[in-house]
Design a protein around this ligand. Structure first.
Ligand code: BDR
Ligand code: CA
Length: 318
């Protein structure tokens, strides 16, 4: 009998996070048990509101548990990305806080409770800075280790950064948390920029699909991605946007979409230029000799782009 995989999504609820949430909530292969929020793209209260907004659009009645988490990184001051995601995190489209919003305030406990409840069947998908997961590790590493897998979108290994010259946003915002989670002996899959920048969705494609399937959700996707795509036009020179977080979710829905390599990754916590940089041991023979027990992760190194885009559009516009 087919059983959906229980997952929890930890998110800083920007534009691509919202697309990732929609993808997850519309995929029968996974069952979203809880959504936890973390400061990143925007302040954490805005993240929580954005998640609630997406849940309202998709699941007016039965919704997964929503829990607000860390307001700031472990040690650094919070840096947000309004230029990418808009001041509200969803492209400045004037969202109101949904009424009757039931939110817990203890994301870290929700994460640990889910680990206890679902054990190794549980996958945690982290789409923002790793602050909540680092705190969960600090609070009770044995319980966090019960989770079958943590998928973290973050890092830039062989490509330049998108925030610092060599650093990806999520790990730049909270490098101490990333360093802790990637070196705690947890079962982590890192989905870096190297992979996520291989796929772009163009504005004309979104417009075309939104027009063909006129709906509240389609309209939301169209409006919320406009600002994000304008940013990519200015920064990258194409009229579209990257799908970082949906790719991380897709890896859980359909694991055959990616291939991974085992490696050790350290995250630089210091330096204006290098903060958040991911440094992988290489070549493999060297790291095998120097590895600390347990401190290795699976790094996603190749992606079936067409397979991903097919899944993404099928589920989003169904
Ligand atoms: C990551 O940073 C955020 O802006 C995106 O939501 C994604 O999680 C990409 O670097
Ligand atoms: Ca994100």
């Amino acid at each position: 009998k087919f059983v959906a995989r229980p997952i929890i999504i930890d998110t800083d609820a920007g534009v691509d996070d919202a697309l990732a949430l929609i993808l997850a909530l519309r995929s029968p292969e996974v069952s979203v048990e809880a959504i936890t929020t973390v400061a990143g793209n925007v302040e954490v209260d805005k993240c929580t509101r954005n998640v609630a907004y997406v849940l309202d659009l998709l699941r007016p009645d039965s919704r997964p548990m929503l829990a607000e988490g860390s307001r700031r990184p472990l040690k650094k001051k919070l840096i947000t990305a309004p230029e990418v995601h808009g001041r509200d995190g969803l492209g400045n489209i004037g969202l109101r806080r949904p009424r009757k919003l039931r939110v817990r305030r203890d994301a870290v406990d929700v994460i640990l409770e889910s680990c206890r409840q679902f054990g190794k069947r549980l996958t945690i998908v982290a789409l923002g800075p790793l602050t909540n997961l680092a705190k969960a590790a600090q609070k009770n590493i044995r319980t966090l280790k019960m989770a079958g897998r943590i998928v973290s979108m973050g890092g830039a290994l062989r490509v330049p950064g998108n925030t610092g010259p060599v650093s990806e946003f999520n790990y730049f915002v909270d490098p101490e948390a990333a360093q802790l989670v990637l070196n705690a002996g947890l079962k982590v899959t890192v989905v870096p920029l190297d992979l996520t920048q291989q796929v772009v969705v163009m504005r004309r494609e979104i417009e075309y699909r939104a027009k063909r399937r006129a709906s509240k959700l389609g309209n939301f996707i169209l409006r919320s991605t406009r600002h994000y795509m304008r940013y990519h036009m200015a920064a990258e020179g194409f009229d579209g946007g990257y799908l970082h977080d949906p790719i991380a979710v897709a890896c859980v829905i359909q694991p055959s979409l990616i291939r991974t390599t085992r490696n050790r990754i350290d995250v630089e916590t210091k330096g204006d230029l290098t903060r958040g940089m991911t440094v992988a041991a290489r070549p493999p023979a060297v790291w095998r000799a120097i590895q600390r027990p347990g401190a290795a992760v699976d790094v996603a190194t190749s992606l079936d782009r067409e397979g991903f885009l097919k899944l993404f559009h099928e589920r989003l516009w169904q």
